[in-house]
Design a protein around this ligand. Structure first.
Ligand SMILES: [Zn+2]
Length: 246
């Protein structure tokens, strides 16, 4: 499994692209999140209209989904014909179609390839991929994801936004790579996770590798100090363009 970080930032960071991850395994390519400023990062990797098989959206905040209309419109302009899969929370189809119509009126009716919406509740089989989701604690419904693919099986987990729950910790258990948001330094809010809380998650879920993204813009500037403080944890704070193989 190849995991490429196209963006690692939160919503309002002047130096970073919104969190956006490309996962490739078992002959499939899925984009994880498509925030307002992420499509150009995808096109820098490939402009082939068939490059992606689908997208996973954890929740409907702008920094996770507002890039989707442009991404799809370019596929249309460049001649895509095969279906495109859209995985997300219940209500995804209604929400994403409204977003597309607001961006480019008439798009939903006239787009020449099929949009296959898959509203995830617990688990979903997508050929050789297995997707499992749970809710985390965020200001809107947000899905934490466990993706299993390949032989031998590799497990990629991703938090989306929000504070983890005991169920989410269970979902992430034993992941080859857990990518988690780390918006705060200390404590917890009802809507985000912190570095201090992530120590607890690390002990509960015991992932083989843990990568922190979506750090609040001022916190991210302290990257060196954070890695030093938590050096025993061997966490990574990836940069845009970093690629992990697991
Ligand atoms: Zn959010």
């Amino acid at each position: 499994m190849k995991v490429s970080f196209l963006g690692v930032g939160e919503a309002f960071d002047e130096t970073q692209t919104n969190v956006c991850i490309l996962v490739e395994a078992a002959g499939r390519r899925m984009l994880v999140e498509c925030g307002a400023n992420t499509p150009s990062e995808v096109w820098k990797i490939s402009v082939r209209p068939d490059f992606l098989d689908g997208v996973f959206i954890s929740h409907f905040h702008a920094d996770h989904v507002f890039g989707l209309p442009s991404l799809l419109m370019r596929m249309w302009e460049d001649g895509r014909t095969r279906p495109f899969y859209l995985f997300g929370p219940v209500g995804s189809q209604r929400h994403l179609e409204r977003l597309m119509e607001m961006a480019y009126p008439g798009m939903v009716k006239h787009i020449p390839f099929t949009l296959r919406f898959r509203e995830l509740q617990r688990s979903h089989r997508w050929d050789d991929w297995n997707l499992r989701v749970v809710n985390t604690r965020h200001s809107v419904q947000n899905l934490g994801l466990r993706l299993e693919a390949g032989k031998p099986q590799t497990v990629f987990c991703y938090s989306g936004d929000g504070m983890f729950t005991p169920t989410a910790a269970k979902l992430y258990t034993g992941a080859d790579l857990l990518v988690h948001e780390a918006y705060l330094e200390d404590g917890q809010t009802k809507t985000h996770c912190s570095l201090v809380q992530l120590e607890r998650l690390h002990d509960l879920a015991r992932p083989k590798q843990m990568a922190l993204v979506h750090l609040r813009r001022d916190l991210r500037k302290q990257k060196k100090n954070i890695l030093k403080k938590y050096r025993q944890r061997k966490w990574t704070i990836p940069e845009s363009g970093d690629v992990f193989t697991c």
